[in-house]
Ligand binder design. Structure first.
Ligand code: XUL
Ligand code: CO
Length: 438
């Protein structure tokens, strides 16, 4: 059988002392941590688009990596991509993958032809999944690349475009169900506006919600029993995206009665573009029972766009995994590396080294998060910080029986607040360092 990445060996756990580049230093897939194997805590997924399609093209230059696998015919190229994807997942010990419809099969001249292409490659992928024991984390439709989506898809001012988007999502849902995916993502690439001077924001949002309702109803009717996700992102490609951040999306879902079917897919770099920390977005999802899945990457805080870098900042991965543990772990979701190698990291080996770096960073993050929980000082501090709500007037506030009159009377009787205690931010940050570095 043809080998697509002959210079990449099967990557195994060797421990932190290893200096072998193609080895995991911290990710030991079958090691049991808090009652379950690391692979189940982390549920790593390969992103088909970056890994098998992204060629390093940027606004100033053409691709630096060839992902055509020596083929010319579009269908043949995509068949090779599929074989290559499964070889990579095997070598990197990755159990899941995520895809857009257009990542796995090429567009034809008509929608009918495009759908036929997709059906054909889906069958190949289904067989490869069985052979290699791999699973779909989530599927989605690419409703942003084709020129017809210049003004958006579900939010386009053109009803014909809406119909095209619906048709595309219908087929993407069928594909996801056929491949046994437990997640389906809506990411609003171009679902937003460039200027309000030409935009009926209410109509656009009503249409988008209707499209999501149609997708839910259709998905459930064909047996999709997984989670629908919205992936918040504030901007890029549009100036303003309607799925701006976790809180905005929750407001939208509730307004349109979609909150029972949708959870959130939180992406690190999207959080920072919205001016939030990754931890903030995850916490918003968790406290609203909307924690679903994660697009694992990191941005460059000096840049104002989505750089989709492989995550290597362990402080961030630790705080992320702390949120995941607090949320009770993943159910249908997981950690999808929505990340690409830099334009200058153009070799096949770079792909493997980047995944290893990302997986090890999250494995370290998990190990640290567990230690932070076992250490207990952070949790204890936060609990104690609010203990004024456990008795007296505080208990009446927390069980919501206090009245305005009573609170006024109480405040007057106090004279002044004399019990504020320090927030000890610096001390708490030093606890993280001591847990991380011993
Ligand atoms: C774009 C992005 C997408 C979604 C899926 O910023 O994150 O790749 O994850 O459409
Ligand atoms: Co993403």
């Amino acid at each position: 059988m043809k080998e697509y990445f002959p210079t990449i060996p099967k990557v195994k756990y060797e421990g932190s002392a290893s200096n072998q580049p193609f080895a995991f230093k911290y990710y030991n897939p079958d090691e049991i941590i808090c009652g379950k194997p690391m692979r189940e805590h982390l549920k790593f997924a390969l992103s088909y688009w970056h890994t098998l399609c992204g060629d390093g093209t940027d606004m100033f230059g053409r691709g630096t990596a060839d992902k055509s696998f020596g083929e010319k015919d579009p269908m043949e190229i995509y068949r090779q991509k599929a074989y290559a994807a499964f070889e990579l997942m095997d070598k990197l010990d990755i159990d899941y993958f995520c895809f857009h419809d257009r990542d796995i099969a090429p567009e034809g001249n008509t929608l009918k032809e495009t759908n036929q292409n997709l059906t054909e490659i889906t069958e190949l992928i289904e067989n490869l999944m069985k052979e290699h024991h791999k699973k779909v984390l989530w599927g989605t439709a690419n409703c942003f690349n084709h020129p017809r989506y210049m003004h958006g898809a579900g939010t386009s001012p053109n009803a014909d475009v809406f119909a095209f988007a619906a048709a595309q999502i219908k087929k993407a849902l069928e594909t996801t169900v056929k491949l046994g995916g437990k997640g389906y993502v809506f990411w609003g690439g171009r679902e937003g506006y460039e200027t309000l001077l030409n935009t009926d924001m209410k109509a656009e949002q009503d249409h988008m919600a209707f499209l999501m309702r149609l997708a839910v109803d259709y998905g459930r009717s064909i047996g999709f029993d997984g989670d629908f996700y919205v992936e918040p992102k504030p901007k890029e490609p549009t100036k303003h995206q309607y799925d701006f951040d976790a809180a905005t999306v929750l407001g939208f879902l509730r307004k349109y009665g979609l909150d029972q079917d949708f959870k959130l897919n939180i992406e690190a770099n999207h959080a920072t573009l919205a001016g939030h920390t990754f931890q903030h977005e995850l916490a918003i999802a968790r406290i609203n029972d909307a924690f679903g899945s994660i697009d694992a990457n990191q941005g460059d805080l000096l840049l104002g766009w989505d750089t989709d870098q492989f995550p290597t900042n362990v402080y961030e991965t630790a705080l992320c995994m702390l949120e995941v543990l607090k949320a009770g772990g993943f159910t249908n979701g997981g950690l999808n590396f929505d990340a690409k190698t830099r334009r200058g990291s153009f070799t096949p080996e770079d792909i493997a080294l980047s995944y290893i770096a990302g997986m090890d960073s999250f494995a370290l993050g998990l190990r640290i998060a567990v230690k932070l929980m076992e250490d207990g000082r952070l949790e204890k501090f936060v609990k104690e910080r609010y203990n004024s709500f456990e008795s007296g007037i505080g208990a009446k506030i927390s069980n919501q029986t206090a009245t305005m009159e009573e609170l006024e009377e109480y405040a007057i009787s106090l004279g002044e607040v004399s019990t504020n205690i320090s927030g000890k931010q610096e001390y708490l940050e030093s606890i993280i360092n001591s847990v991380m570095f011993g």
